[in-house]
Design a protein around this ligand. Structure first.
Ligand code: SF4
Length: 186
């Protein structure tokens, strides 16, 4: 089983509490106006990664990670592979899981695999992006989105304290920007 991946960041401090690996999945049908990541919309294969290999990579780095954040794209559009990945992480580690989705909690609960995915998730940031309600802080891109603490792993202030954005300078000279956009896009 493979996951169509848009990008992977092995260490981030702007995508949830603590140091986290981030997986941006490829493909989203929701088309929120002003989406800050439109290059993730296409469902064409970008990087098809075996779920087992991705889980192994993440589990090999547990000593340096607080958790894993899954973003997109829309993770629920690859629900089967997402669930397989989260179950492997849950079974093999105490890594926390933070899931960004354009769907609301009720929509995810109604998805056939939604309850199982939610059972493997500590924090859910849910809802479409609305540029008219743009936020420049925290994990939410817009004020209509909701943060759901699905386990007792974190207190609300720990989630709120996530830096708004970060710039990572690679040893190869690469520059990676991560976190929510400071201003509406589009
Ligand atoms: S759900 Fe996310 S990736 Fe999809 S259109 Fe909305 S903001 Fe963009």
């Amino acid at each position: 089983m493979t996951l169509n991946v848009h990008a992977f960041l092995p260490r981030s401090q702007a995508n949830g509490p603590g140091v986290r690996a981030v997986v941006w999945v490829q493909g989203c049908s929701l088309r929120c106006p002003g989406c800050f990541n439109p290059e993730t919309h296409s469902h064409a294969p970008r990087e098809l990664v075996a779920v087992t290999a991705l889980a192994e990579r993440l589990l090999a780095d547990v000593a340096h990670l607080e958790g894993v954040s899954i973003s997109g794209g829309e993770p629920l559009e690859q629900a089967e592979a997402l669930l397989a990945l989260l179950r492997r992480l849950r079974a093999g580690s105490s890594l926390s899981v933070l899931l960004f989705s354009g769907h609301t909690l009720a929509e995810i609960e109604a998805h056939p695999l939604g309850p199982a995915i939610l059972a493997c998730t500590d924090v859910l940031v849910a809802g479409r992006y609305d540029p008219g309600q743009h936020l420049g802080h925290g994990l939410r891109g817009s004020a209509n989105q909701r943060v759901h603490l699905l386990s007792d792993r974190y207190r609300p202030e720990e989630v709120d304290d996530t830096p708004v954005a970060e710039v990572i300078l690679g040893t190869d000279g690469s520059i990676t920007a991560s976190g929510i956009a400071a201003f509406p896009v589009g």
